[in-house]
Design a protein around this ligand. Structure first.
Ligand code: SF4
Length: 337
C-alpha cells in the first residue's frame, strides 16, 4: 500500500502542554500507528524566530524539550521522521522562489495571519515584519519541499493550507506539474481551554498543565482552576457546565466517572476541593508514564540528538531531490548535464 506522507510540526517556543496532547499529539500517534501514513514532524525553529527573533536562546533550548515531549507521548522515530527546519536550507531557497508567486495583499488578507498579528501587537507594534507576514510562504515551502500530501490542522489553520495550495497551483501552472498540492485534514480533537477558562492554553497566560509538570505542580494548578463561582458551600447546587474542573474531568475521567461528577455537583453532594483532588489524581495517572519516558530521554541527551540528526538527514535528502526538480523546471539547473 502506498502510504500518504504527512507533514506537520510545532514551533519550539516552550514545552508542550495537555492542550497539545489532546489537540494534536494523540492524533499524530494514532496516524503513525495506523500504518497508513509516512509522517514527518518538523521542529519549526525558523518559524519560531519570526516572533522570537530577539530571543534565539529560548528557541534553541526548546528544540530538544519539544522532541522529548514527542518521544514521551509515543512518537516513534522508527515510524515518524523528526527534523529541524533550519537545517533544511532547501526550504529557505524554495521560500524565496515562492515569494514571487504571492502578493502582499493576499498575505495581509490571510485570516490566520491577521488574527496572529493582532495578538502580537506587543511584539510588532503597528508594523509587522516581512518575515512574520510571510511565514505562510515558508510554511508552504516546508510542506511541499518534502512532498507532503496530508497536513493535519485545527480549523484556525485552514487558511494557511489554502494559501499553500494556491502557491502550488500557481507554481505548477507556470513551471510545469512538479509540486504536490497538499490536503488539509481537520484534526478530530478540538482546542482545549486553559484552567482559567480562557479559550487558549499557553505559558504567557499561566493556565496550562505541561506534559512534564511534576505531580506537585499539577496538584497546585488544579487547585487554582476556575469553578462555578456561585458555589460557596458543599451542599450548594452547582453547575458543572461553567466549571473548568468538570471540563477537565471530561478529558481525563471515564464516562461513568465524569457523569457522576456532574450529577453530584448538581445535587450539591460534592465538595470542590475533593473534586479537584480527584481530577489532579486522574491527570497525574495519565501523565505518569509520559513523565517516566521523558525522564529516560532527559538522562540520555545523546539519543535525542541522534534522532534529530538522522531525521534531519532523511528529510534533507528528500528536500534535495525536490529542489533538483524545482530548479530544472525553473531553468536554474546551470551546468547540470
Ligand atoms: Fe466544579 Fe466539581 Fe465544584 Fe462542581 S463540585 S463546581 S464540578 S469543582
Amino acid at each position: 500500500m502506498n502510504k500518504k506522507r504527512i507533514v506537520t510540526g510545532d514551533r519550539p517556543t516552550g514545552r508542550l502542554h495537555i492542550g497539545h496532547y489532546f489537540g494534536s499529539l494523540k492524533n499524530r500517534v494514532a496516524m503513525q500507528e495506523s500504518g497508513e501514513y509516512e509522517p514527518y514532524i518538523l521542529i519549526a525553529d525558523v518559524q519560531a524566530l519570526t516572533d522570537n527573533f530577539n530571543n534565539p536562546e529560548k528557541v534553541r533550548k526548546n528544540v530538544r524539550e519539544v522532541v522529548m515531549d514527542y518521544l514521551s507521548v509515543g512518537i516513534d522515530p522508527a515510524k515518524t521522521t523528526i527534523y529541524i527546519q533550519s537545517m533544511i536550507p532547501e526550504t529557505a531557497e524554495l521560500t524565496v522562489f515562492y515569494s514571487n508567486l504571492v502578493t502582499i495583499a493576499r498575505l495581509e488578507r490571510n485570516p490566520t495571519v491577521k488574527t496572529e498579528i493582532a495578538q502580537k501587537k506587543e511584539i510588532f507594534g503597528e508594523s509587522v515584519t516581512y518575515g512574520f507576514l510571510g511565514y505562510p510562504v515558508s510554511q508552504a515551502a516546508d510542506i511541499t519541499v518534502l512532498n507532503g500530501e496530508i497536513v493535519p490542522v485545527g480549523e484556525d489553520q485552514l487558511p494557511l493550507i489554502e494559501q499553500c495550495r494556491e502557491i502550488v497551483r500557481k507554481f505548477n501552472s507556470i513551471y510545469g506539474d512538479i509540486l504536490i498540492e497538499p490536503e488539509a485534514v481537520l484534526s478530530k480533537e478540538k482546542r482545549i481551554k486553559g484552567l482559567d477558562g480562557n479559550e487558549k492554553m499557553g505559558k504567557s497566560l499561566g493556565n496550562a498543565i505541561y506534559l512534564s509538570d511534576t505531580p506537585e505542580e499539577v496538584n497546585k494548578k488544579v487547585m487554582n482552576a476556575v469553578t462555578d463561582p456561585n458555589r460557596i458551600k458543599k451542599d450548594d447546587l452547582g453547575n458543572p457546565d461553567i466549571c473548568m474542573v468538570s471540563y477537565y474531568h471530561k478529558l481525563f475521567d471515564n464516562k461513568e466517572e465524569y457523569e457522576n461528577v456532574c450529577k453530584e455537583c448538581r445535587e450539591g453532594k460534592r465538595g470542590c476541593v475533593a473534586c479537584k483532588k480527584q481530577l489532579a489524581e486522574n491527570i497525574n495517572k495519565t501523565l505518569e508514564p509520559i513523565r517516566q519516558k521523558r525522564k529516560y530521554y532527559e538522562e540520555r541527551p545523546e539519543i535525542v540528538d541522534k534522532i534529530l540528526i538522522e531525521g534531519t538527514e532523511k528529510a534533507r535528502e528528500e528536500a534535495r531531490k525536490t529542489m533538483k526538480k524545482v530548479k530544472k523546471a525553473m531553468k536554474l539547473d546551470y551546468f547540470e548535464n
